[in-house]
Design a protein around this ligand. Structure first.
Ligand code: AP5
Length: 211
């Protein structure tokens, strides 16, 4: 199965894509995670991407499509894209790559959530840099403020999870990524899911939609 998770920052793409990938034995491909790993490694792609990401802007299509081409070659069988495509040219580029491989997408799951809920979720998001556990002050706070329950390490926030950058990311979503919704709606691939429900209800709705 080949799926795309689409939705604004904080809509739950990462949470739900990871969960579904585990359930269905698919590869979870998050362009955000891949770019953050490149930044951590100090690679050329990472150095180029960091400026855009810290400003809440999109990384240029050319760089993203080159990265995706490489990734797709190794994972044609089953995958879930999370955070890609994000512009109409990226959606067209993906179609071209899939056509060249003789495969196509099964569905695009669009998680809809209002902006104010998204801001509160993202401001509450923390992670442990040592063991990778995720926390959210609204729904899954650590037992001791600021410390990981599992390993005691100090928790961190993503550098783009400040209120100013979150608002910029939302603006960018409405200006540039909304077009991707229309692109897939016209192709009859878009399935809208209410992402404002609790995570388990969202997961159940997704599972029902792709069954
Ligand atoms: P990326 O990492 O993709 O970030 P994003 O799209 O802004 O999305 P997030 O990861 O912030 O949120 P999410 O929707 O995955 O929600 P999550 O499950 O984490 O991209 C970052 C940057 O990289 C971009 O700004 C851009 O610069 C660059 N980039 C990436 N891909 C690109 C591309 N294709 N082209 C160009 N540039 C690209 O949930 C958020 C929080 O809410 C968590 O704490 C979670 O626990 C909580 N939560 C989740 N679901 C629920 C729920 N149902 N109820 C309550 N809380 C919930």
């Amino acid at each position: 199965m080949r799926l795309v998770f689409l939705g604004p920052p904080g809509s739950g793409k990462g949470t739900q894509a990871k969960n579904l990938a585990e359930k269905l034995g698919l590869e979870h491909l998050s362009t955000g995670d891949i770019l953050r790993a490149e930044i951590e490694r100090g690679s050329e792609i990472g150095i180029k991407a960091k400026t855009f990401m810290d400003a809440g802007a999109l990384v240029p299509d050319k760089l993203i499509l080159e990265m995706i081409k490489d990734i797709l070659r190794k994972r044609a069988n089953g995958f879930i894209f999370d955070g890609f495509p994000r512009t109409a040219p990226q959606a067209e580029g993906l179609d071209e790559l899939l056509r060249g491989m003789g495969i196509q997408l099964n569905a695009v799951l669009y998680l809809s959530v209002g902006d104010e809920v998204l801001i509160s979720r993202l401001l509450g998001r923390y992670y442990c840099p040592k063991c990778g556990l995720d926390y959210n002050l609204n729904s899954r706070p650590p037992k001791k403020a600021g410390l990981c329950d599992n390993c005691g390490e100090g928790l961190r926030q993503r550098s783009d999870d400040t209120e100013e950058v979150i608002r910029r990311r939302l603006e960018v979503y409405h200006q540039q990524t909304k077009a991707v919704e229309d692109y897939y709606r016209q192709k009859g691939l878009l399935i809208e899911i209410n992402g404002a429900e609790p995570p388990d209800s969202v997961a159940a709705a997704i599972l029902e939609a792709v069954a």
